[in-house]
Write a protein that binds this ligand. Structure first.
Ligand code: B16
Ligand code: MG
Length: 230
């Protein structure tokens, strides 16, 4: 739609730092993590359900394997642990390699282009060490000015480090940042960073978020302009 507002409107508009989680917000890679973790768990004789997978959302790769081993009451040598982590990631990457733009979650492109049209700073803040690869697969790598992923942080969500680094990269004050997140740990991280948290998913699970939406189809441009930017 033609926007008749003069350029000056954008020049003086508030700027907010918009930080997006990746898995579960931009794309649904949880299903691929599930397949890869289930295969690994099965090889160890550990059962792994979709409910178990829910508990690994936003959790780092190392911590995920630690949790699975604890659930199965198993301990492994450091060498075997690293070997399994590597194996799981290779399986996961096999699924990622087949991803296309079709797998971008509904209305994500609309929200990204709207924010871009308003010249709002945008960053990615993900626990995944595969974030750049996934963004490249779905052709969104150029949409973000700053990308902070699992390779750039020392402390995993719920620690706020990932989002604070994203704010620093965007040169924005954390209190002027807005985080879109699908995991409980991520909402906790955003809140303790002093940012406004927007949950994407189940309101019962993401109850500590300032706002919760099922997905981006529920987030109108009007809402973004009036509630998030103004
Ligand atoms: P990787 P997010 C997280 O990504 C996933 O939700 C979580 O399930 C995964 O274990 C973690 O990334 C690490 O991923 O094995 O690719 O490094 O939701 O923070 O974007
Ligand atoms: Mg996520």
């Amino acid at each position: 739609m033609f926007d008749s507002r003069p350029y000056i409107f954008y020049a003086y508009m508030n700027k907010k730092g918009f930080i997006f989680d990746l898995d579960g917000v931009i794309v649904d890679t949880a299903k691929y993590h599930f397949l890869a973790w289930r295969k690994l768990a099965k090889s160890l004789g550990i059962t792994f359900s979709e409910e178990d997978n829910e508990l690994l959302k936003g959790v780092s790769r190392v911590s995920s394997l630690e949790k699975i081993l604890a659930w199965g009451e198993q301990e492994l040598s450091k060498e075997r642990f690293d070997e399994l982590l590597h194996k799981k990631n290779n399986d996961y990457l096999g699924h990622i390699a087949k991803m296309t733009r079709e797998e971008i979650l509904p209305d994500v492109p609309r929200v990204l282009s709207y924010l871009k049209s308003l010249d709002q700073p945008m960053a990615l803040g993900s626990a995944s060490k595969n974030a750049r690869r996934i963004l490249t697969e779905v052709d969104l790598i150029h949409e973000f000015q700053v990308i902070v992923d699992g390779s750039n942080v020392s402390k995993a969500k719920p620690d706020p480090e990932v989002f604070l680094n994203a704010a620093t990269g965007l040169k924005m004050n954390p209190k002027d940042c807005i985080v879109f997140e699908d995991s409980l740990a991520g909402i906790e991280a955003a809140n303790s960073a002093g940012m406004l948290s927007v949950g994407i998913g189940d309101a019962k699970v993401l109850k500590d978020a300032k706002f919760v939406f099922k997905d981006f189809t529920e987030i109108s441009n009007q809402f973004i302009l009036n509630e998030l930017i103004s």
